[in-house]
Design a protein around this ligand. Structure first.
Ligand code: NAD
Length: 354
């Protein structure tokens, strides 16, 4: 089956690294959450660079379903340099191979899943991250790269605020809306605890809202629903006034940033990851996609008031990216063209989740 991602995107990312992937030579990387939006793109990209740069790189993909992995990533799952380990990260993890890096992506990132599985959402963040940090501590020298979220900052106290890594944020721990954000906050603190007590080398990437053609069926963030509906030529449904403004980033840039941080991130540091060159409110996002695809927008402001618990109640979130930029990282994919190419890739994609 043809790869969902155009090879030109992988070439663009490889070029930004000047083809220098020596930091991955003869390494073994464990990737959790490999069937998700970010994981699928990352695993496909790692396969691409192995084929082009002959790194002797070994990848272990950890996920809960081998059939889902084979279905979504046929071109990766059959490779001799990729091994799949089927398991839930809430259970202790035993992997007998020496690991050089762990890229930890597994999480319930979709608001719908957070709402229907609040316990598992929080425990996947906390117990799951603990199990992976324990595994990292058994592998001396292993770098642990944790995908956290800008949701750790909670809601901005005023409009126009850009969250810096040093901001503490405000999250209501007494609200079911917070299972995801509190889970990520605790997972981040656990990274620091493991560095202090077990000398684990970690870097945290606080990611903004992500979009791309590898989006999961369960992903019902506003931007993902708009993209999916536009690809199906169905109306885009705005479930609120849509004034919330979030930082967004195309998944190719997220993967580039994760590998950049794996290579260049300072041990024990946290980095916001976002592309703020185009900031759009949800409403502007819907209207932009509508104007480019001729799919209408319908407004359901009333229904939003009855959102089930677990859905984010934030009034937006913009992440200050000066820290990662000071290391030399810059975005490669512009937001608006990437939105349109994502929609067009999904229109052609026959590879739906089981
Ligand atoms: N998508 C976003 O907008 C966004 C924003 C900020 C942060 N993040 C973070 O980035 C990471 C990747 O996000 P994504 O969009 O690819 O998520 P996704 O929902 O598309 O994929 C998550 C993956 O994790 C797996 N998973 C969930 N719980 C698991 C468990 N208990 N055991 C094993 N596997 C489990 C799922 O099966 C899936 O493969 C996540 O940690 C997420 O919290 C995502």
């Amino acid at each position: 089956m043809e790869n969902l991602i155009p090879e030109s995107e992988f070439e663009k990312i490889a070029k930004a690294f000047n083809g220098d992937f020596l930091f991955l030579r003869s390494k073994t990387i464990l990737v959790t959450g490999g069937t998700g939006l970010v994981g699928r793109y990352l695993l496909s990209f790692l396969a691409f660079i192995e084929d082009h740069y002959h790194l002797n790189l070994h990848v272990i993909a950890l996920g809960r379903s081998q059939p889902k992995f084979s279905h979504l990533l046929p071109e990766v799952s059959n490779r001799p340099d990729v091994r799949f380990v089927e398991q839930d990260i809430q259970k202790p993890i035993a992997i007998d191979t020496k690991l050089d890096s762990i890229i930890h992506l597994a999480s319930n990132a979709s608001p719908a899943l957070c709402a229907v599985e609040p316990i598992s959402t929080e425990l996947t963040c906390i117990v799951g991250t603990n199990n992976l940090l324990a595994l990292a501590s058994q592998n001396p020298g292993c770098r642990f790269l944790m995908a956290s979220s800008g949701d750790v900052y909670g809601s901005p106290s005023a409009s126009g605020i850009r969250f810096k890594e040093s901001d503490f944020g405000s999250v209501d721990c007494g609200s079911l809306h917070s299972v995801y954000s509190e889970g990520k906050r605790a997972a981040e603190t656990l990274c620091h605890a493991y560095q202090q007590e077990k000398q684990v080398d970690f870097v945290i990437a606080r990611l903004c809202r992500i979009f791309g053609p590898t989006l999961s069926e369960s992903d019902n963030k506003g931007i993902s629903d708009f993209i999916r509906n536009a690809a199906k030529k169905e109306p885009l449904v705005l479930k609120s006034s849509g004034l919330q403004t979030y930082s967004y980033m195309y998944v190719g840039d997220i993967v580039a940033a994760l590998l950049f941080l794996l290579k260049n991130g300072q041990s024990g540091e946290t980095y916001n990851v976002a592309n703020n060159s185009t900031l759009l409110s949800l409403r502007e996002l819907a209207l932009f996609i509508s104007s480019q695809t001729s799919v209408p927008v319908s407004f359901l402001a009333q229904e939003a008031k009855n959102k089930p618990s677990g859905y984010s109640s934030f009034s937006g979130s913009v992440l200050d990216t000066s820290k990662i930029e000071s290391l030399g990282f810059s975005s490669l994919f512009e937001i608006k063209p990437s939105l349109l190419s994502t929609i067009s890739l999904l229109e052609k994609d026959s590879r739906k989740e089981n």
